[in-house]
Ligand binder design. Structure first.
Ligand SMILES: [Zn+2]
Length: 339
């Protein structure tokens, strides 16, 4: 199915298939630039093999693996923030080959004026904004923690990680009080947090509470955190003989730490064998709805994550009178069909 509303606005949303016939991740957007030239931006997708026509840009919103920067970073047409490029290089131990910008900058790419905005999902996480030949304002957000800096648009391409309003786990607020209490407990405390994103958020929050002691984590997490945060404070190696202080490790590694540490997972998921403290990198379902209302698009395309959340959020938007389609509803072309 092709969205008539999108076509009327001069935007064609496509899903490509890979050589095995499966859908490639996420979407490509085709539109005309001011000079009438046909352009295509691929969003958070893997590279198309070189023997096929390439998009004008691979937009990488941030460096989480389900946004496929590991593949796209090897194309000279990749486009992401300096911090995202750095995070991809550290995480995947390979050189970023594309173009970068400072988050917040505005620049021209292939005749298209692109503006960039922070979504506060991870360090460097970027929303991309541009207009096509008929003046349609297009905004691609990636994952969003804070929509307050995003501009109004006509076509919104966004996420629904916690976009199912019927699911109680999609309703949350950050539990900063519990994080603060855990920090103030005597002795050593360990927080389970993913290496990229949640770990840097935890460091920022703990420093914001006034904690200025060492925060211990493994080498790669330290390198990442130092390059992502300007004021990370003292980061030290994982020395489990320490009787005091703060440790941050991936949730699966908490059980490797000694028993004398108090352990928590920083997550909105409830399926961990440790107490969780609700700290999220995302908007919850009411937050996503509020974002859409504020940005006031004519149509919202929900493109992420995999599974049924995009369809559920999209259905919800339609049920409250906001025009929306989800990625599972859009048509596809073979990667050698478009020019
Ligand atoms: Zn993410």
């Amino acid at each position: 199915m092709i969205s008539k509303k999108l076509i009327d606005l001069g935007v064609l949303a496509l899903r490509q298939r890979n050589s095995r016939g499966n859908f490639k991740p996420h979407v490509s957007l085709r539109f005309r630039d001011d000079a009438g030239g046909l352009r295509m931006f691929s969003v958070d997708t893997t590279r198309t093999p070189n023997k096929y026509p390439q998009p004008d840009a691979y937009l990488i919103t941030h460096a989480h693996s389900d946004h496929h920067g590991k593949s796209a970073m090897l194309s000279e047409r990749a486009l992401c923030s300096e911090k995202t490029a750095k995070a991809l290089e550290i995480r995947h131990d390979r050189e970023y080959k594309g173009q970068t910008f400072k988050l917040g900058e505005e620049f021209e790419l292939e005749g298209v004026r692109i503006k960039t905005f922070p979504t506060e999902h991870t360090a460097g996480a970027t929303a991309f904004y541009w207009e096509n030949d008929v003046g349609t304002k297009i905004l691609v957000t990636g994952d969003v923690k804070d929509a307050s800096q995003l501009p109004p648009c006509d076509v919104l391409v966004t996420e629904a990680n916690y976009g199912d309003p019927e699911d109680p786990t999609c309703h949350f607020t950050d539990d900063l009080d519990s994080l603060k209490s855990a920090l103030l407990e005597n002795g050593a405390v360990a927080f389970g947090a993913y290496e990229f994103g949640k770990t840097q958020r935890a460091v920022e929050l703990l420093r914001g509470f006034g904690y200025d002691g060492a925060i211990r984590m493994d080498t790669r997490a330290r390198v990442l955190t130092r390059s992502m945060l300007e004021a990370a404070g003292e980061l030290a190696e994982l020395d489990c003989t320490q009787e005091e202080g703060v440790f941050i490790v991936p949730p699966r590694d908490l059980n490797r730490l000694p028993w004398h540490l108090k352990k928590y997972v920083l997550s909105c998921r409830m399926d961990y064998p440790y107490p969780t403290i609700r700290i999220s990198d995302h908007l919850d379902a009411p937050g996503l709805e509020e974002m859409v209302r504020k940005l006031d698009p004519e149509v919202t395309l929900v493109y992420h994550p995999g599974g049924n959340r995009p369809a559920k959020f999209s259905k919800h938007l339609n049920s409250i009178g906001i025009d929306s389609i989800s990625i599972d509803m859009i048509g596809n072309v073979l990667s050698n069909e478009f020019v």
